[in-house]
Write a protein of this length. Structure first.
Length: 289
């Protein structure tokens, strides 16, 4: 069932496990996330990107998430979150319809601008008793990876500074903080890493829950160490996409005469559910509902 994200993340931080924040854009992905949470008796965060909202519309997507959370997922705590909000109009729409949390991503701006923009959204959200996630440091994606390989940018310079993080939280009064400690959006095994020393320093100075983005390419031991060092939630998207695609290709190639969309997509939903369940166990949130 839908609960305040504060309830989910406060408990996770206190008890030393992490909650999975899984991206969705349709019925099948949302079903997989909710069914996995129920099967593992785990709290979960379902989140949407701006592009997912644009793909459908906010009312439809929010309706799918809330309906499934309050029916199929009625026995587990579920929160709905906007991931990487950069468009103020979309962030405001998410606050309006009732998201539990929104992410204001002004991480590419100068520190003072990031503080100013984050405070604007925090003021709006806190009026409705919603939580806000802000971001400090830059988490690379595919374009950034290319520049990293060519030496145009330095990963170290993109990471979150622990002292700045403490200052940022103090100035903004943000509820959760997304940090850059070496991960990359997408799936880049062997390249992604977590600067555990930096993470631990941030956790010692910042008392709000820390959020790790770009985690799909990390190994289970790295995840577990990051959680031990202070991460309370971890964003996962790419791994679900890969599971969906692989199951879909296998199903279509095996049953070439199949035309029922439900039968075509069901194995992909099952594959994503299995992936979410595996991730929940790694994060240690199973049996924490």
């Amino acid at each position: 069932m839908i609960v305040p994200i504060s309830k989910i993340l406060t408990k996770a931080k206190r008890q030393g496990y992490a909650v999975g924040a899984f991206n969705t854009s349709n019925l099948e992905i949302t079903l997989a996330i909710v069914r996995a949470a129920v099967a593992q008796k785990s709290p979960v965060i379902i989140q949407t990107s701006q592009s997912a909202i644009k793909y459908s519309n906010i009312e439809t997507l929010f309706g799918i998430m809330t309906n499934l959370a309050n029916t199929v997922g009625k026995k587990v705590p579920i929160a709905i979150h906007l991931d990487h909000g950069k468009d103020f109009s979309i962030i405001k729409d998410c606050i309006r319809v009732g998201y539990n949390s929104v992410h204001i991503d002004a991480s590419l701006e100068k520190f003072a601008t990031n503080v100013r923009l984050s405070k604007q959204i925090i003021k709006l959200a806190h009026r409705k008793k919603l939580w806000v996630q802000a971001e400090l440091g830059a988490i690379l994606g595919k374009e950034g990876l290319v520049k990293l390989k060519t030496g145009e940018i330095n990963m170290e310079e993109m990471m979150t500074d622990p002292v700045e993080a403490a200052d940022f939280v103090a100035q903004t009064k943000v509820d959760t903080l997304a940090i850059a400690v070496g991960t990359i959006h997408g799936h880049f095994k062997g390249i992604e890493k977590v600067d555990q020393v930096r993470l631990k320093k941030i956790a010692n100075l910042v008392k709000v829950p820390l959020i790790l983005h770009g985690g799909s390419g990390l190994s289970a031991p790295v995840f577990k160490k990051a959680i031990k060092n202070g991460v309370s939630a971890i964003n996962i998207d790419t791994n679900l996409r890969i599971a969906f695609r692989n199951a879909l290709k296998k199903n279509i190639n095996t049953k070439t005469d199949m035309i029922d969309p439900r039968k075509i997509l069901a194995p992909s939903t099952d594959a994503m559910q299995a992936e979410v369940e595996k991730t929940i166990k790694i994060f240690g949130s199973n049996n924490k509902a």
